[in-house]
Design a protein around this ligand. Structure first.
Ligand SMILES: [Zn+2]
Length: 460
């Protein structure tokens, strides 16, 4: 019987993850992510999925980032009706991520129609609801049957809450074979999250390679770094605007600030988290406190909640968000992380011209984003079509990346070199993927492939 992998997305790219595992006559799709990038290309790829919904028997989902799950409602719209397996925390995150994605599309469509374009969204909230009804949440370490001859177990990937390393055991043709999919592999010592679990021995490994040719800057004590910046910037008043992704980054910043204040290392400052999605994501994280790491759990046992404590306020409605214009001191954490949209733009408009205020960038800033322009020290920037002089201070902090770099990935995988017969390097642009494949060969892996899109390879 057939046992093969077909790479339908994130092959020599980082978005749109879709790997198809064929087990006999059953087809299991690993992740079903949105393609992101130049608008026309992404639009075309997301509208014309590389596989029909009716051809797929079930989906196994590694985590709830949109480049891994965002095309699921489209697959459902195209006729998919099987189960979607993921961890329980991912199931909760999924509702929020897909609802937000449908909302963004509805807004885009409104805008396009106003300009005379007759287009339909990729999917709407109704498609999202139909998708969510197919989701089956499973605990980490629980083994379950997916299709005849294939059992799956999720291990903690330490990347975002709920993210999993997917372990697939098959007995096709009475041969025991194990395939492991890293999903997005996290890092040790990320705030709140547990460290990635050890990747078990396997016959075939599908590994990500986002940072296949790069190293993160040396680790700094993030709390101390944050303390230093806040002290330097706020000693004579003013406020700090922190643009941050709703999932992960926002909660890390809140956790550090709370700890620093609790330990008396920072004065008590008001913290405002102003993004509906950040608020929602924080609630979901708090509901899965059993997945927190040891340090965070100890903090909680000591009576300090890492995300909800005196002084932190999660802003709900637009009116309250507007009222933050009056706030002159404290920290405002708001999305989006690269200052491309969302409420953070309103706060930047207020603060950007004020010398005493500061913008603190805590994430990767892509080319051509407002965040990048600020980081590059531009004197003037445009926000909502108006030009503003940048008088505030701009600081940035690294260390928050939730992806392993190549050295961390090699450390996580090298013990497999002798046993693992095939490695497939995915989820990296061509150069990092090729570079990482070379590094895997250097440490003793024999059959290492960087598949191109639509490549179909038998599992040995
Ligand atoms: Zn991810």
């Amino acid at each position: 019987m057939t046992l093969s992998l077909t790479f339908l997305g994130a092959a020599r790219h980082v978005t749109g993850t879709k790997h198809l595992l064929t087990v006999g006559d059953k087809k299991v799709l690993l992740d079903c992510g949105l393609v992101q990038g130049p608008r026309k290309m992404a639009e075309h790829a997301n509208r014309n999925l590389p596989i029909g919904g009716g051809e797929v028997d079930c989906v196994v989902l590694s985590h709830a980032h949109i480049d891994h799950c965002g095309a699921l409602p489209r697959l459902v719209k195209d006729g998919f009706g099987g189960p979607i397996w993921c961890t329980r925390a991912t199931a909760d995150m999924l509702r929020m991520m897909l609802t937000d994605s449908a909302h963004i599309q509805a807004q885009d469509i409104k805008h396009l129609r106003k300009h005379g374009h007759q287009v339909e969204p990729l999917y709407d909230q109704e498609d999202v609801e139909r998708t969510l009804r197919l989701v089956r949440g499973i605990d980490y370490h629980e083994t379950f049957d997916v299709v005849p001859g294939l059992r799956v177990t999720f291990l903690d990937a330490g990347h975002i809450l709920g993210a999993a390393i997917v372990v697939m055991d098959t007995d096709v043709d009475h041969r025991q074979r194990r395939i492991v999919f890293t999903g997005d592999h996290g890092r040790k010592e990320l705030p709140i999250l547990r460290d990635p679990e050890r990747i078990p021995e396997c016959d075939a490994l599908i590994t990500e390679s986002t940072y296949g040719d790069r190293l993160h800057p040396p680790r700094v004590d993030m709390a101390s770094e944050l303390q230093r910046i806040v002290e330097e910037e706020l000693h004579d008043g003013g406020r700090i605007i922190v643009p941050a992704f709703a999932v992960g980054r926002t909660q890390s910043v809140v956790l550090f600030l709370g700890q620093l204040m609790m330990d008396g290392r920072l004065p008590k400052l008001p913290i405002y988290v102003d993004s509906p999605m950040s608020r929602e994501a924080t609630k979901i994280m708090a509901a899965h406190a059993d997945l927190f790491d040891k340090e965070t759990s100890e903090l909680m046992r000591g009576g300090h909640h890492p995300l909800f404590f005196e002084g932190v306020r999660y802003v709900a409605d637009v009116e309250e968000s507007k009222s933050l214009n009056e706030v002159r001191e404290g920290v405002i954490v708001s999305a989006s992380g690269m200052c491309e949209s969302g409420r953070v733009l309103h706060h930047l408009k207020q603060s950007i011209g004020r010398k005493q205020d500061c913008v603190l960038l805590v994430g990767y800033q892509a080319e051509n984003t407002l965040g990048r322009r600020l980081m590059d020290g531009m004197d003037e920037v445009r926000i909502y079509g108006d030009t503003y002089k940048v008088r505030c201070k701009v600081r940035s902090m690294s260390g928050f990346s939730a992806h392993a770099d190549y050295s961390e990935l090699l450390t996580a995988e090298r013990h497999l070199a002798m046993r693992c017969k095939q490695v497939f390097v995915v989820h990296g642009e061509e150069e990092p993927a090729m570079a990482f494949a070379g590094r895997l060969r250097d440490v003793g892996f024999r059959d290492v492939v960087v598949p191109a899109k639509r490549d179909c390879i038998d599992i040995a």
